[in-house]
Design a protein around this ligand. Structure first.
Ligand code: NAP
Length: 432
């Protein structure tokens, strides 16, 4: 009996799901489909360039991709080259591992002005994603506001706040680095609408903000709580570490380094100022109500910024025939099952939360359920190849990708790789 599964998306959630299927069911054929010719999803285009250690997890996924029962079908886009229904006609199960890729809208006056960027666009750009290679942000100062207090906001701040030697060995595209280094900003504002204790960044990431060579992290001691009140001892300890690290930053002086990172809390953006483009950001000073929600106090202030990057989370794009969850942060599912034969893993399943490792357990649990219910009798990969052949899609195999990979790494030193940022240039490596 042959059985086949198509996984849409080659990021961590998709690869962990493929690996779990392969380990439990050696006869199941797994096709991993990606709209880009390059695998690894957010490992390549989300994780910040200076987090090379985190990016190294690709080696684990490479082992899965090289398994006999696995194929990578790159440069194949769901919705453009094939629909969900067409996949379901060909495979015994289909897994959506395509993440949630749209920036959560800021929803305030002026949010459409030039100079406002979502973190998806910004992080994908500094990671050389082909969608953004020809759309560099215009980074204007004197200040840049980064809205949000999660690890994505921290990544954005670090990439803005580091330069020269600190980035030379990374895989940031030289064009992106040039844009950042040539920009005229000296102030970065990182804004939390609640307090320091409610921030969702983690301690290790926060500590890195204190170690940038050209940007000093500044914190106003008056914004920090004396003590952390929390029932859960583990959470309490973790938050105490956060506050302790922030307290260390209160000693820093504005002229310690050429650029300053101002970490501010109880600041909720309410209006973006400017006629033609961003000229400022008006924020409401907030206080937390009895439910811990930020409420405006009536006091406001304006930051003199020429650029705004909102890092406030993501929503799932519309996908024909698949319903989204109430807040559009994932595709509606029950423990991974969307409907018979159709599954979701990763952010598509649970929304934009968790680190890479979170996906291992999560995807394995979905793979287990999927295998319990897996039918048989669908034609599988051969029928998919026929369909893509009819449509003239230039499918990029894993072996093809390894040639692109070699071209990126060769001669890249001191950088770890020179990413090819246009799809046509990737295909040219293969087809000349
Ligand atoms: P996140 O942790 O959910 O942070 C989103 C931030 O945006 C929160 O501070 C949130 O504040 C704020 N926010 C939401 N709506 C807002 C609004 N309208 N106005 C102002 N602020 C608003 O999400 P994320 O940073 O996008 O990260 C996604 C996931 O990827 C997380 O699990 C993260 O840990 C992970 N990640 C990990 C790493 C790493 O390990 N180094 C790197 C990047 C991402 P409230 O809390 O008040 O809602």
């Amino acid at each position: 009996m042959t059985q086949s599964v198509a996984i849409v998306g080659s990021g961590p959630a998709g690869f962990y799901c493929a690996e779990a299927i392969c380990k439990k069911a050696e006869h199941v054929q797994v096709d991993i489909i990606d709209r880009l010719p390059t695998p690894y999803g957010l490992v390549r285009s989300g994780v910040a360039p200076d987090h090379a250690g985190t990016k190294n997890v690709w080696r684990v996924f490479q082992r899965t991709a090289r398994r006999e029962q696995v194929r990578f079908l790159g440069n194949v886009e769901l919705g453009r080259d094939v629909s969900v229904d067409e996949l379901l006609e060909r495979y015994d199960a289909v897994v959506l591992a395509c993440g949630v890729t749209d920036d959560r809208p800021l929803g305030i006056e002026g949010a459409e002005l030039p100079g406002v960027y979502g973190s998806r666009a910004f992080t994908a750009w500094y990671n050389g994603h082909p969608d953004f290679a020809d759309r560099p942000p215009e980074l204007r100062g004197p200040g840049i506001a980064v809205i949000g207090n999660g690890n994505v906001a921290v990544d954005v701040v670090r990439v803005l706040g580091r330069e020269g030697e600190e980035m030379a060995k990374t895989d940031i595209p030289p064009d992106a680095m040039k844009v950042i280094e040539a920009a005229d900003f000296t102030e970065i504002y990182m804004l939390g609408r609640r307090g320091p204790v409610q921030s969702s960044f983690t301690t290790a990431e926060l500590r890195e903000l204190g170690a940038m060579t050209t940007t000093v992290a500044l914190v106003d001691a008056a914004q920090l709580p004396e003590t952390v009140a929390m029932d859960d001892p583990k959470q309490k300890k973790m938050k105490e570490k956060i506050v302790g690290t922030l307290r260390g930053y209160t000693e820093n002086q504005p002229d310690d380094k050429p650029k300053r990172l101002h970490m501010r809390w109880y600041a909720s953006p309410i209006r973006i100022l400017g006629d033609e483009r961003v000229e400022g950001l008006e924020c409401a000073v907030t206080a937390l109500d009895e439910n811990g929600r930020p409420q405006p106090t009536g006091e406001t202030f304006v930051l003199e910024v020429g650029t705004i990057i909102s890092a406030i989370g993501y929503v799932a794009p519309e996908l024909e025939g698949v319903e989204r969850s109430e807040w559009k942060t994932s595709y509606r599912n029950d423990e991974g099952k969307i409907r018979d034969g159709l599954w979701a893993v990763g952010w598509a399943k649970r929304g934009p939360s968790g680190v890479i490792a979170t996906n291992r357990k999560d995807s394995t649990a979905v793979a287990d359920k999927l295998l319990e219910e897996l039918g048989s009798g669908k034609p599988g990969g051969a029928a998919m190849d026929a369909l893509l052949g009819e449509r003239g899609v230039r499918v990029v195999s894993f072996e093809d990708w390894e040639r692109i990979d070699a071209a990126e790494v060769e001669g890249a030193e001191p950088a770890s790789r020179r990413k090819i940022t246009r799809i046509a240039d990737m295909i040219a490596v293969l087809d000349g």
